[in-house]
Design a protein around this ligand. Structure first.
Ligand code: X2X
Length: 333
């Protein structure tokens, strides 16, 4: 190779490096994705799919490692959103419940018996409500990219069949991190206690609590029959959407082309994740020897009536105009 050719090759190499990644010099060798549960669960599988798509489509420029068990915040899922904002976490697929202590509007999804079908959930996340929530998340310093789903949360317990609030009287129920759940389960006559997912499993196993509420896909993957849970009440009292999100500084450090790839990958992964979360699992649960109680319209109405004051109280905290939009979306779904 003569001098001229060598120079040409060197220039071409430099130009290529600039084109593929002028900013890539600022890229981290690894990005940390926070999740509450791992790949045995549809939620964690969604994380794996997102990470794999991004790695493939960026030719490895963006390399994501999964941190299930919210291990980057020592298992405290209610601190996950703050950690995303602060950059302790680069990206996450987070539950609206877990982030609601920081973003009170997210409680709109937890209003008891507001959305009780998938069409109604989709009408909320896919419409005005979803847009407004994404604006709020972005104003709070994280970039939301897609909606996923944990699922409709069902009541489970070790004691008895529950088909009315009276059956829940005095029952010790583990609930998640939003105070709305303490209000709702107190109104239902139960004795709720808030704890993290990590603490919930030993508490169920030891009988320190009698029951809990989670989607059926979580029940199956966590093998809750082995945690003493024998009775399920299928009441669809709320769905738990998930949000695919990236820390703002991380987002801004990527080239526009890579940001497009990450966004599209999140949307593609979210679609697959929701399909996984909605896969029927009732046969599996019945085969575990666990009973599933379905409610008549009259029985459902009783649960709805008892939790109505909680609904009304939380409308004020969430913001009446956002709740009105949600109610309209549900009514038209
Ligand atoms: O803690 C729970 O119950 C879980 C796994 O569903 C959430 O993170 C909201």
């Amino acid at each position: 190779m003569n001098f001229k050719t060598t120079l040409k090759v060197a220039l071409a190499t430099a130009a290529m490096a600039m084109a593929t990644g002028a900013a890539a010099q600022n890229y981290k060798p690894e990005y940390r994705m926070s999740l509450v549960v791992g790949t045995a669960f549809p939620w964690g599988q969604g994380g794996q799919i997102w990470a794999d798509l991004v790695r493939e489509r960026t030719n490895g420029r963006i390399n994501i490692k999964l941190y299930p068990g919210v291990s980057l915040v020592n298992g405290d899922q209610t601190r996950e959103f703050s950690a995303v904002r602060q950059g302790v976490i680069d990206m996450a697929i987070g539950s609206t419940i877990n982030w609601s202590p920081q973003i009170k509007e997210l409680n709109v999804f937890s209003l008891p018996f507001l959305a009780t079908t998938w069409a109604q959930t989709d009408a909320m996340t896919g419409g005005e409500v979803g847009k407004q929530i994404f604006d709020i998340i972005e104003k709070r310093g994280a970039i939301p990219l897609a909606w996923g789903e944990n699922g409709f949360r069902q009541l489970t317990n070790s004691k008895r069949i529950v088909s009315s609030p009276a059956d829940m009287k005095g029952m010790k129920i583990r609930v998640v991190g939003s105070p709305l759940f303490i209000d709702a389960f107190t109104a239902l006559g139960a004795n709720p206690t808030q704890m993290s997912w990590a603490d919930a499993q030993p508490a169920l196993a030891s009988g320190a609590v009698d029951g809990q509420e989670n989607p059926l896909s979580i029940f199956v993957a966590a093998k809750m029959d082995k945690l003493g849970q024998k009775y399920i009440t299928e009441w669809n009292y709320m769905n738990d959407p998930l949000v695919f999100v990236v820390n703002k500084d991380v987002w801004n450090s990527w080239t526009a082309a890579d940001r497009d790839i990450v966004r599209q990958a999140a949307q593609d992964a979210a679609k697959q994740q929701i399909a996984l979360a909605r896969k029927p699992v009732k046969e599996t649960i019945l085969a575990m020897g666990v009973g599933i109680t379905q409610l008549t319209p009259a029985q459902l109405a009783e649960f709805k009536k008892v939790t109505k004051p909680v609904y009304d109280k939380w409308v004020k905290q969430i913001g009446p105009s956002l709740v009105k939009k949600a109610e309209q979306a549900v009514a038209n779904a």
